[in-house]
Design a protein around this ligand. Structure first.
Ligand code: LFR
Length: 493
């Protein structure tokens, strides 16, 4: 077709893709050019991203795209949040680029609260407290006297980092900057007060840009090695969750009183509402919800729930024992397994970064006075049920925060393919579930590039395009009573 093509480089915590997006018969089409794994590496005892491998796979993907599409107009990267690279004044990377599950942040929240009290940090940032937040990573770096902080003159979040490799330009996109816990969600400016009190170098925090901004053409060296020619980098919502929420096929956007919520379902489950303004109040702090920055100044009021991480890691650990099954087999076995055999809290510390997830589940069962899973079906099912119990609680919390009933739950991302998970969510939450699009993140990435190129006029149009382009599946609540009973049984355990 003659319509221009936009490349979404979408990096998740377990895999990355290069996707081509273009218009065809007034619909948005997405085609996968290249997919690759994203496995962390341990350098001594530190858990790091394999950024060299990722960069080389991104270029492989771009090369494939250049061979397949003749009319590529722009490209943009989205990634997970919170992680960063430091650059020095010679444009060299300063210090390692670590994984948010790296152990150096254990106990760092408490250390940080001794420097600035918890409620003051929340007031300044509106962010939920998680050890993995950039703030606690930087506090760890400072308290460990990491030299990289002294030589750095710029901090890039991961999407920004790959944009820098693509263009040679440094920029910081506001959506991912909003996950650092150093940004004021009301002004979208860095909190100079927190930066000073934590003794962080002010020079590394540069002004943020909005999604849709052009960074100019891909630098010559990259254009040559990939065969891409003259392609512009348009910054999407670089935080994957921000891109995914753009693609939720709901009717009313950034409302005052939302009557829908989303679950962006992948390695993490991000469950929340889209609001027109941040909600920074005491209840929000108590319930530990976050106010992240979305497209055009909208707020993503949400909670991080562990997500499919446990399910994925169970497969990894069975694989090491030569006993892994396919995702479909895992879901089939989970469907057949006896319900509510083992209750696990997916957000328990034991599951953050265990060396072996099956051992972690067995250990958790023993510690909480439950039977070890008697077969793989129960093992798989417990990982899904645990997640769904969290959705159920989170829905109640959300409704109390927005003071409105949530009528429908939209599940987007990879997990929307999992029919068992979608049905369980409808049942446990007693709400209809609308599942899809699966490729929400890439779709959200592409439409913001189209906006930046002037091919779409505004965000409402962009979202309509997405909801007209991808099918959804609907799940109505069924066994709601069994879930309520199980929930109260486990709560009293
Ligand atoms: C999801 C996500 C979450 C963020 C977590 C860690 O992929 O971006 O939004 O909290 O990864 O960065």
């Amino acid at each position: 077709s003659s319509a221009s093509t936009h490349l979404a480089i979408d990096l998740g915590a377990s895999s990355g893709r290069v996707m081509a997006g273009f218009l065809e018969n007034n619909q948005l089409k997405l085609a996968e050019c290249h997919r690759f794994v994203n496995d962390p590496v341990f350098i001594q005892q530190s858990m790091q991203w394999n950024v060299h491998g990722l960069w080389s796979e991104i270029q492989n993907g771009l090369r494939k795209a250049a061979n397949e599409y003749k009319n590529i107009r722009s490209a943009g990267v989205d990634t997970w949040g919170v992680d960063y690279a430091l650059l020095d004044d010679q444009d060299l990377v300063a210090g390692p680029i670590r994984h948010y599950r790296d152990a150096r942040t254990r106990g760092m929240m408490q250390r940080a609260w001794e420097i600035v009290p918890r409620d003051q940090i929340f007031q300044a940032t509106g962010l939920q407290f998680m050890e993995l937040n950039t703030l606690f990573q930087l506090v760890a770096a400072r308290l460990n006297h990491e030299r990289s902080l002294d030589v750095a003159n710029g901090m890039l979040l991961m999407g920004d980092f790959f944009h820098w490799l693509l263009t040679g330009q440094r920029s910081v996109d506001v959506t991912n900057a909003s996950t650092t816990q150093l940004l004021d969600p009301r002004t979208q400016q860095w909190s100079t007060d927190l930066i000073r009190r934590f003794n962080l170098p002010p020079a590394i925090f540069r002004d943020c840009i909005q999604p849709g901004t052009s960074l100019g053409p891909i630098q010559t060296s990259v254009a040559e090695t990939t065969g891409l020619g003259n392609v512009e980098v348009i910054v999407p919502a670089t935080h994957d969750t921000a891109s995914a929420v753009i693609a939720v096929p709901a009717k009313n956007f950034a409302p005052e009183k939302p009557d829908w919520c989303y679950i962006s379902s992948g390695t993490w489950s991000l469950m929340g509402c889209e609001l027109s303004h941040p909600l920074v109040n005491e209840r929000c702090s108590e319930l530990n919800f976050t106010n992240e920055g979305g497209i055009h100044g909208s707020t993503r009021l949400l909670k991080n729930i562990c997500g499919l991480w446990i399910f994925q890691q169970i497969r990894k650990s069975l694989d090491r024992r030569g006993a892994a099954e396919s995702w479909d087999e895992m879901v089939a076995r989970a469907s057949e397994a006896a319900p509510f055999s083992l209750y696990l809290d997916p957000d328990d510390d034991a599951f953050v970064a265990p060396s072996d997830m099956v051992d972690a589940v067995i250990g958790y069962a023993a510690r909480t006075g439950q039977h070890a899973p008697e077969n793989n079906g129960v093992l798989y099912r417990s990982a899904l049920e645990g997640l769904v119990f969290r959705y159920r609680d989170c829905l109640t919390m959300l409704e109390s925060l927005v003071e409105h009933r949530i009528e429908v739950i939209h599940i987007v991302g990879g997990g929307s393919r999992n029919k068992l998970l979608c049905q369980m969510t409808a049942d446990a939450c007693d709400r209809p579930v609308v599942a899809g699009p699966v490729e929400a993140t890439a779709a959200g990435n592409v439409v913001v590039q189209m906006l930046g190129c002037g091919e779409i006029n505004n965000i409402t149009e962009a979202r309509q395009l997405i909801s007209n382009s991808f099918g959804t599946e609907h799940y109505l609540p069924k066994n709601t009573e069994t879930w309520s009973e199980a929930a109260s049984r486990f709560a009293s355990q």
